[in-house]
Design a protein around this ligand. Structure first.
Ligand code: G
Ligand code: MN
Length: 272
């Protein structure tokens, strides 16, 4: 028994040192990466249900490496867990606020900027200050929506829920991102103050002339109407999806069929 316990302890020690070692290597890789690239906002228009009118846009992080802009999708989870993420998001917010503070009068009424925030980031005072500063700079011109993402299961602790309440009192709204892809967003729908559900693109797929997940979409529409939430469909890639999601009652649409993410001047020139 004693021997077994000792063996287990040694094994635990080896596994945890290996993990620490791996984390350190990862940390160094992230630091090197961050030092060699720059971070920029791209905007993807979000349209009304019929797909004809721009109602807002999602601010997406793009990484510039040797004059090329790339999506950070494959390593976003390492960035999100690094000390750099707050500064990266703060920089995106500042770039967008600077650009549109001069051209804010071009924005349509009730326009909003929506940006992904990794749930654990919300307790950073520096980030919260920058979020408020964005909202103040564009006050009266556009609203800010924070799309709460959590890789895996959404967990909001008391501190995070407190910050959300504070931000909501400043006119900032919250969306649940990638809805349906995780497992536990439902428990937050009733009391956490979300105003929008963004249906994950895996649920908005069509096949032939049908939505693959029509019944789930119908159920989400029922749920959202019960809670007074607005629904955005993500990943709209063809006309069939657009029509069927419109018919299902989805309020707004986002996806490559309508528009891809683009640089801010292109967004202004094409959509404002
Ligand atoms: O998780 P989130 O919803 O924030 O994902 C946004 C990402 O989805 C962006 O990087 C964007 O490029 C990508 N995206 C936007 N529209 C589409 C689409 O129609 N199809 C696919 N596959 N990806 C999309
Ligand atoms: Mn998003």
């Amino acid at each position: 028994m004693r021997v077994n316990t000792t063996v287990t302890n040694v094994l635990d020690f080896i596994v945890s040192s290996a993990r620490n070692q791996k984390n350190k290597i990862r940390e160094r890789q992230v630091n090197t990466f961050v030092g060699n690239v720059s971070f920029h906002p791209f905007l993807q228009p979000i349209f009304n249900a019929a797909g004809g009118k721009v109602v807002g846009c999602e601010v997406l992080l793009r990484v510039k490496k040797k004059d090329k802009f790339i999506s950070p999708a494959s390593y976003i989870k390492y960035l999100e867990n690094s000390e750099h993420m707050n500064a990266i998001i703060s920089k995106l917010l500042k770039d967008v606020a600077d650009f549109f503070s001069e051209q804010g009068n071009l924005l349509p009424d009730d326009f909003y900027f929506s940006i992904n925030i990794y749930a654990p980031q919300l307790v950073s005072p520096e980030l919260v200050r920058n979020i408020l500063s964005f909202s103040n700079t564009l006050r009266g011109k556009a609203r800010l929506v924070l799309e709460i993402v959590e890789r895996g299961t959404l967990q909001l602790d008391e501190a995070t829920l407190g910050v959300m309440e504070e931000l909501m009192s400043q006119n900032i709204r919250f969306a649940i991102d990638d809805f349906g892809a995780g497992t536990a967003s439902l428990k937050y729908i009733e009391h956490a103050g979300f105003s929008t559900i963004k249906i994950d693109r895996e649920l908005t797929l069509s096949s032939g002339n049908m939505l693959v997940h029509q019944k789930v979409i119908d159920a989400i529409m029922m749920l959202s109407s019960r809670f007074g939430l607005s629904v955005t469909a993500e990943g709209v890639e063809n006309a069939v999806q657009l029509e069927l999601l419109h018919k299902a009652g989805v309020n707004s649409m986002q996806g490559y069929y309508l528009a891809k993410p683009m640089k801010m001047p292109d967004f202004r020139n094409n959509y404002l």
